[in-house]
Design a protein. Structure first.
Length: 295
């Protein structure tokens, strides 16, 4: 029996935000088109970023359809929603100040059908905004949704310049965040200075993950510094691993220092006798600490 396929597109609702899959019945939909689709908050306007592509019918379960491409009438409604969202943002800021809430308002967004307004905010801890919601509901006469975002998403929405001098990756192109740990920096032999390896969000730089696979491949079968190794019949202690020179330095029991290229070490199959002790690698003691990406 031949497989049956459906057509899907990837749609974003925030610039460089997460892509959501929707089924497509209009074959004329192309990347860049504005469309109306059902989201968790109601009807909203999104932009097609990839597709249409085929997907097996058994993979389409739970995927909602795109309602339609934007029409001229829809465009008028959308512009009105955008203008009203800006006014709602300012009014909400005033109410937050009035209630003295520790919140950083980031965005107000009317759903396309005006069934609700979603307010996105950042905060350093949980916020009791029940009274704020009551005030906003009385003012706007629609359902109010307050959504707290993590510190990385907050910086993404506000915008930032990276240490490299360019607009931050999360603002330009990065749609989803990976888990970045100090292992990435250690593997790349970077100086563990928080000011040098952290972004505006205070989390480890996303770009630490970009070359991680390359470093792991280069260091394949190369022991950690401080390890005991049997090499060419001699017991050695590994003093230094220089990934840039692709060379390791070892000291033998007799006190002789030998330097061996990575490839030569692999070819002669140096044998790991023991891992480095915590005392020997005190500078690496935090290697396994994972940074919370959600803040």
């Amino acid at each position: 029996m031949p497989e049956i396929y459906g057509i899907v597109c990837g749609v974003e609702f925030h610039p460089v935000g997460k892509l959501y899959l929707f089924t497509v019945s209009d074959q004329g939909i192309r990347p860049g088109d504005q469309v109306i689709a059902e989201t968790e908050f109601g009807l909203d306007v999104g932009v097609v970023r990839y597709g249409p592509v085929e997907m097996r019918i058994d993979q389409l379960e739970g995927i909602k359809p795109i309602l339609r491409k934007m029409t001229p009438e829809d465009e008028k409604q959308y512009k009105k929603n955008q203008n009203d969202s800006k006014k709602a943002f300012e009014l909400c800021k005033e109410k937050i100040k009035e209630h003295q809430l520790p919140m950083r308002l980031l965005e107000a967004r009317y759903m396309f059908d005006r069934s609700r307004i979603v307010f996105y905010f950042g905060a350093d801890s949980r916020v009791d905004f029940r009274e704020l919601v009551k005030d906003l509901a009385r003012m706007f006469k629609v359902r109010i949704e307050l959504r707290q975002v993590g510190i990385r998403d907050e910086v993404k929405m506000k915008g930032s310049i990276g240490l490299c001098g360019q607009v931050a990756c999360c603002v330009r192109f990065k749609r989803e965040f990976e888990s970045i740990t100090l292992k990435h920096a250690k593997k790349q032999q970077l100086l563990i200075n928080p000011a040098k390896i952290s972004g505006r969000c205070g989390r480890l730089l996303c770009c630490l993950a970009y070359e991680q696979e390359h470093y792991e491949e280069e260091l394949r079968d190369i022991p950690d510094e401080g390890s005991l190794i049997e090499y060419e019949g001699k017991t050695c202690k590994l003093l230094n691993v220089n990934i840039f020179l692709k060379q390791i330095s070892m000291v033998t029991d007799e006190g002789n220092v030998i330097r061996v290229p990575f490839d030569e070490f692999r070819e002669k199959q140096g044998i790991l006798l023991g891992e480095a002790s915590p005392e020997e690698l005190i500078k690496n003691k935090d290697e396994d600490i994972e940074i919370d990406e959600e803040g």
